[in-house]
Design a protein around this ligand. Structure first.
Ligand code: NIG
Ligand code: FE
Length: 416
């Protein structure tokens, strides 16, 4: 089984010596190979190089004249298992309510939790699978999915079982994250510790016993979980072998970034509120800063200071945060556009952040995230475009012409 892609105008992120992560100033130096070929065998990248060295024969051949070939986007932060959209809150926000005000009166995450608790598992699976196929069509080739709209033992497990079913049928790798600490349910409002005890003593042991999660998340922020509460939950997660990957500093300077670094989190995500202290903390550890600009866009909150982070030498990651409340979109090319337009990242930096660094934030960097011999052949072929910068520039277009997953051209499933 082989696939040869010929006459590629530019092969993006083609690495002779695969890196595991790209930091700081290196993020602007994107490896590009012009007038290239890419040979895929048995689902893996077998060879690439300049067209004059292109092999003569192969099984299937695609001509990519005028087109760019990219490694698939690696979207390391999503919540695509949910029961219903929340456009009524969207309208409330247009009328002047804030995200936090909506949450305080029992809307927001708690609204999604009520609806998810009532939803049959099969319906959740079907709608999440549709969203998965949607984002694959936009070029996503690996994805992380969180629980966190269950907020009871039974419903958190239901969500994670849906993610397990998605893993079983998905054409792309999926990582599952347990987010029981997404919000404190109303019935626990006056006894928060009892909910944390439920997470630690009931949810985590069952999640671990069934092997349902790869990571443990906490929404460590104003009005949600404090750094001390986050410590308790993340330390319990570690006891079950679940590495932390947390939400932090979306709503204020709350100590979330420091809590993530102190707990050796793989990543701290959001970071709309990041000052010198947070950057200093990130420089001291290996925790990755993951930025979610489509959330800032949708909620009208400040964008993360990506430039300051890159200039400080940090390895920035970009992800979509696809969820019904703060980012009802999983289109990674739009995330890349926002990163460039609103956070002043260069196209090269944004592409590194949304591919190789995203893969690293899911511990998949040796498998995905760049074009390197031996890696899984998840790539996409663009429409004919004049240069790389057209991808973020054309923020409303879908420039993904063809998706290749494990060396096979992917066809979107036909739905009734
Ligand atoms: O990453 N901030 C916390 N969690 C999600 C939003 C969840 C929701 O509003 O439903 C986020 O933005
Ligand atoms: Fe999120």
């Amino acid at each position: 089984m082989s696939l040869l892609i010929r006459n590629i105008k530019t092969l993006v992120l083609a690495e002779q010596n695969p890196r595991r992560l790209v930091k700081g100033a290196d993020m602007a130096a994107l490896p590009l190979l012009h007038d290239a070929f890419l040979l895929i065998e048995n689902g893996r990248i077998a060879r690439f190089g300049p067209m004059p060295e292109c092999p003569e024969r192969a099984g299937q051949v695609l001509d990519a004249r005028g087109r760019l070939v990219f490694p698939s986007w690696c979207d390391s932060h999503t919540h695509i298992v949910y029961a219903a959209s929340r456009e009524e809150e969207f309208v409330d926000r247009i009328r002047g309510l804030s995200y936090e005000e909506i949450a305080q009166r029992g809307g927001g995450i708690l609204n999604s939790a009520r609806r998810l608790q009532a939803a049959p598992e099969d319906d959740l699976f079907e709608s999440a699978l549709r969203r998965l196929h949607e984002v694959i069509g936009y070029g996503t080739g690996a994805i992380e999915i969180k629980s966190g709209y269950g907020l009871t033992v039974e419903s958190e497990l239901k969500m994670l079982r849906v993610i397990r079913r998605l893993k079983a049928v998905s054409p792309i790798p999926i990582k599952a994250t347990f987010l029981g600490a997404h919000a404190v349910p109303l019935e626990y409002k006056e006894r928060r510790q009892a909910y944390i005890d439920l997470i630690v003593n009931e949810m985590l042991p069952q999640v671990a016993a069934e092997g349902l999660a790869d990571y443990c998340d906490v929404f460590c922020d104003k009005g949600f979980f404090s750094p001390a509460e986050t410590d308790q939950i993340l330390q319990a997660g570690w006891r079950y072998g679940l590495k932390p990957k947390i939400h932090a500093n979306e709503l204020g300077y709350t100590g979330g970034v420091e809590a993530g670094v102190a707990n050796r989190a793989i990543s701290v995500d959001h970071l709309e509120y990041t000052g010198d202290a947070e950057i200093e903390a990130l420089k001291q550890g290996d925790t990755l800063p993951t930025l979610l600009p489509s959330c800032a866009f949708f909620l009208g909150i400040p964008y993360s200071p990506a430039r300051k982070m890159i200039d400080a030498g940090l390895p920035v990651v970009l992800a979509s945060d696809y969820n019904p409340g703060s980012s009802p979109s999983g289109k990674m090319s739009f995330v890349v556009s926002l990163a460039c337009i609103k956070m002043k990242m260069l196209p090269e930096e944004a592409i590194h952040a949304a591919t190789l660094n995203g893969a690293r934030a899911m511990e998949l960097e040796t498998e995905l995230g760049s074009i390197a011999v031996g890696k899984m052949a998840n790539v996409f072929i663009s429409a004919p475009i004049s240069s790389l910068a057209v991808v973020p520039y054309s923020f409303g277009s879908n420039l993904v012409e063809r998706v290749v997953l494990q060396g096979k051209v992917w066809e979107p499933p036909v739905r009734q």
